[in-house]
Design a protein. Structure first.
Length: 243
């Protein structure tokens, strides 16, 4: 959770700093910057800007859900393994299972499945860990496909708005019969705004996506290390023979 707060604060600070720099260091530049952003959003073609905004809202919703879930799923594996080792040294296999059941996170669930197969030998334990680990991997990556979809769709919608805006600009040229900046400026501005907002949405979601992927990799790495350590602990405490 501390890393999540740090990420959000850094992101907010970067936006504020960019707004201040753009307005020449004015203390009220942050407010003016957001007002300017709102103004440009309104000036864009609402038919495409609305879809881009929906992509941002839904994408952020999936990102926040994954971030909260992954932070809750993070387990102190060293403490968990120490508790399991303590119970197995005392010959209490059921106590080790209870420790895993009372601990949140995919790592504890995978270790619990390994302990359940202790009576079938080390190969059965490894097979149970691998099989259930794949299930937990799928749960950790739940929703990532939608975030990837919104990252891809947002700039595409922006580019589509750009193409439509350029077509409208050329239609105005054909209708008036003259090539005047005043005639085409409005259409070109709308076209460029849709592209800018589509790219901004994709960049924001990409930052969160990379954080989520790195968090999943960290959890999976700890899960694999804990699984190997569990087999070693069970072998050292002769749990397979006792069962």
């Amino acid at each position: 959770m501390r890393k999540l707060l740090t990420l959000i604060l850094c992101f907010g600070f970067s936006l504020s700093a960019a707004s201040l720099y753009a307005q020449g260091g004015d203390p009220n530049a942050g407010v003016e910057g957001f007002q300017l952003l709102k103004q440009y959003f309104i000036q864009g073609d609402w038919r495409f800007m609305t879809f881009v905004l929906v992509c941002l809202i839904l994408g952020l919703a999936f990102c926040l859900e994954r971030i909260i879930t992954l932070n809750v799923a993070t387990t102190n594996t060293d403490k968990l393994l120490a508790s399991i080792d303590e119970n197995l040294k005392a010959g209490d296999l059921e106590g080790a299972k209870e420790v895993c059941k009372s601990t949140q996170g995919p790592t504890a669930s995978v270790l619990y499945e390994g302990l359940r197969s202790a009576h079938d030998g080390p190969k059965a334990v490894e097979k149970a860990i691998v099989g259930y680990g794949a299930v937990q991997m799928g749960l950790l990556e739940k929703g990532l496909v939608w975030i990837s979809l919104f990252i891809a769709i947002a700039p595409m919608l922006g580019f589509m708005g750009t193409v439509i805006g350029m077509i409208q600009a050329f239609d105005k040229i054909a209708a008036t019969g003259e090539l005047s900046p005043a005639v085409v400026a409005g259409g070109i501005k709308v076209a460029l705004l849709t592209t800018v907002f589509g790219l901004v949405v994709a960049i924001i979601l990409q930052i969160f996506y990379n954080y989520i992927v790195s968090k999943i990799d960290s959890i999976v790495g700890k899960m694999e290390d804990a699984s190997i350590a569990l087999v070693e602990i069970m072998s050292n405490n002769q749990t397979f023979r006792k069962s």
